[in-house]
Design a protein around this ligand. Structure first.
Ligand code: ADP
Length: 231
């Protein structure tokens, strides 16, 4: 369970998170939807301990994060646009991460296959396309089989085949009891993957509940229509 209480965060005069309170249930998938700039990535960075809140608290599985950088082995984070050492080869980066982690990955081979990264492993990161870098980000996020997955627009740069296969993987992880938090602008992806929906508007929670109830409460057939009524 991720428990966020009264979170406030400003950058200069811009208040990005506004008294944000949220409970993310364990073993379920929660989709966060909101306009650009509504604070989704900032919220995720707080969960990773990469950003310190001005006010409020965050607890993950009863451990309180105090906003200091905490390397949490149980979170797999797939960033929207990962920044990697440009001159490193993919293989070198993966080996480096395995070394600092000090344990063998669980799903390295399967994920290299899933993302068809076999031929990319000996290439320098600077030579890769944005989509391929994103696949490397997916490999890094998932290879140690973490119990919490935080995925920031996970399929945005992926080709259709990789996107399909990756969504199948996420569904399987959900069935294996992982807590999943994902942001996306693709509403069908939320319909497909998420049990719960969070609507974030100007750093405030506008809705939090079962996505199926949100659709029916708004008398729509599809999530896209229901969300469009609110945002
Ligand atoms: P979203 O992910 O929903 O698009 P973000 O959390 O990335 O939104 O950003 C929310 C707002 O906070 C944006 O206006 C963005 O420009 C601003 N912002 C984010 N990080 C910083 C930062 N480190 N310094 C200043 N402004 C920031």
């Amino acid at each position: 369970m991720i428990h966020i209480q009264g979170l406030n965060k400003s950058f200069g005069s811009l208040q990005v998170l506004n008294d944000l309170t949220l409970k993310i249930p364990e073993g379920q998938a929660t989709g966060i939807v909101g306009p650009n700039g509504s604070g989704k990535t900032t919220l995720i960075k707080h969960l990773l301990g990469l950003v310190k809140p001005d006010e409020g608290s965050i607890e993950i599985n009863d451990i309180r994060l105090n906003g200091t950088y905490a390397y949490r082995k149980d979170i797999g984070y797939m960033p929207q646009m990962a920044q990697y050492p440009e001159n490193m080869k993919v293989r070198e980066l993966i080996d480096f991460i395995i070394k600092i982690r000090g344990e063998e990955p669980v799903f390295e081979k399967e994920l290299i296959e899933l993302f068809e990264l076999e031929k990319e492993m000996n290439k320098a990161l600077r030579t890769l396309s944005g989509g391929t870098k994103q696949k490397v980000g997916g490999l890094i996020a998932l290879m140690f089989d973490p119990s919490i997955l935080i995925l920031d627009e996970p399929t945005a740069g992926l080709d259709p085949k990789s996107s399909f296969r990756f969504k199948q993987w996420i569904k399987r992880e959900k069935d294996r009891g992982k807590t999943i938090l994902l942001t996306t602008h693709i509403m069908s992806e939320i319909e497909e993957l998420a049990d719960y929906l969070v609507l974030l508007v100007e750093g405030r929670v506008r809705y939090h509940g079962k996505q199926s109830e949100f659709i029916s409460d708004n008398e729509e057939q599809r999530l896209e229509g229901a969300v469009a009524k609110i945002l």
